[in-house]
Write a protein that binds this ligand. Structure first.
Ligand SMILES: *[C@@H]1O[C@H](CO)[C@@H](O)[C@H](O)[C@H]1NC(C)=O
Ligand SMILES: *[C@@H]1O[C@H](CO)[C@@H](O)[C@H](O)[C@H]1NC(C)=O
Ligand SMILES: *[C@@H]1O[C@H](CO)[C@@H](O)[C@H](O)[C@H]1NC(C)=O
Ligand SMILES: *[C@@H]1O[C@H](CO)[C@@H](O)[C@H](O)[C@H]1NC(C)=O
Ligand SMILES: *[C@@H]1O[C@H](CO)[C@@H](O)[C@H](O)[C@H]1NC(C)=O
Ligand SMILES: *[C@@H]1O[C@H](CO)[C@@H](O)[C@H](O)[C@H]1NC(C)=O
Ligand SMILES: *[C@@H]1O[C@H](CO)[C@@H](O)[C@H](O)[C@H]1NC(C)=O
Length: 236
């Protein structure tokens, strides 16, 4: 029974996250300069879950294994035949015990990523994932993350929504939902290779430009966190 309940729960959470985010009044919010408010209104079980504690008290993300690559190929001096940029990293959250892969591709040279478009990271628990068999779940059941990257400014922005499920799955009163936004400056180490055909003739490649960049693990600090109790959202 627990197994079925959890799967249904997960489906429900995924299906209702959008209305939840907008419909549920947030019970706490914080920006960089003020502490989370009203934490004391939560019941003890919710407050003391490791996930919730960490979310409230020491939240940060790490972008691991960050890389950016681009390739631009001209087939004639005037014809750009290929323009391809990719960015990738793995996102971890201090409150969560799983990693999300974040990846985006752009065909807009020459910086490819201009900080104006949000991309979605992988869903860590795709439909069918077996997270059953844990009768007393105290870890979050889902997370949704989006990011945007500004290549010329070296700026990475992340928003993530997650849940710290309490162990009172019937009432769902112990569960807390969070969303948070963070930003970081990324210092990239890049290797750029440019080749130009010294004696170009029609039918040959005219030039190629490749850029291959990587960054050390980047810590991303939240500048905004919101949390709300998942009363209706996790009751089934
Ligand atoms: C967080 O959720 C609240 C609703 O509770 C919503 O107003 C806000 O836009 C969300 N913020 C982010 C960064 O998703
Ligand atoms: C990033 O995630 C991918 C896919 O899950 C995995 O193959 C890779 O090992 C991860 N890299 C790091 C540095 O965690
Ligand atoms: C899912 O987990 C349950 C409980 O641990 C186990 O009995 C079942 O075989 C698992 N199913 C799959 C498809 O892994
Ligand atoms: C789950 O919680 C119940 C009640 O608190 C407890 O009796 C049971 O041993 C717990 N099960 C596990 C696997 O921790
Ligand atoms: C991410 O969060 C920022 C600031 O909290 C907000 O302005 C922006 O709309 C959010 N983007 C998405 C795609 O949720
Ligand atoms: C990123 O760098 C800019 C310019 O140096 C600075 O104003 C900003 O505070 C930095 N952001 C973070 C999150 O460190
Ligand atoms: C990045 O973080 C991961 C996980 O914490 C760690 O295994 C890896 O060694 C770190 N890489 C660097 C270059 O610090």
């Amino acid at each position: 029974m627990v197994a079925i309940t959890l799967l249904h729960l997960l489906g429900l959470l995924l299906a209702t996250i959008t209305p939840l985010v907008y419909a549920m009044p947030s019970i706490f919010s914080r920006n960089k300069n003020s502490p989370l408010q009203r934490k004391d209104t939560l019941n003890e079980a919710a407050k003391s879950s490791t996930c919730a504690e960490t979310s409230f008290d020491s939240l940060s993300w790490t972008a691991q294994d960050f890389w950016f690559r681009s390739s631009v190929i001209f087939s004639t001096p005037a014809h750009r035949a290929v323009a391809d940029g990719e960015v990738s990293f793995n996102l971890t959250n201090t409150a969560l015990d799983y990693t999300q892969s974040c990846y985006a591709r752009s065909l807009s040279p020459t910086d490819f990523f201009y900080g104006n478009e949000w991309y979605t990271c992988d869903e860590p628990f795709p439909t069918g994932t077996n997270i059953t068999g844990a009768p007393n779940i105290t870890v979050p059941a889902f997370a949704m993350a989006v990011f945007r990257f500004d290549r010329s400014a070296g700026k990475l922005d992340v928003n993530q929504t997650w849940a710290c499920l309490g162990d009172d799955l019937d009432g769902g009163r112990d569960s807390i939902f969070f969303n948070a936004s963070g930003t970081a400056n990324i210092s990239l180490q890049c290797d750029s290779q440019r080749w130009q055909n010294p004696d170009w003739k029609m039918g040959q490649l005219y030039s190629t430009d490749t850029v291959d960049c990587a960054a050390k693990n980047v810590t991303i600090f939240p500048f905004q966190i919101q949390a709300w109790e998942g009363l209706g959202g996790v009751s089934i």
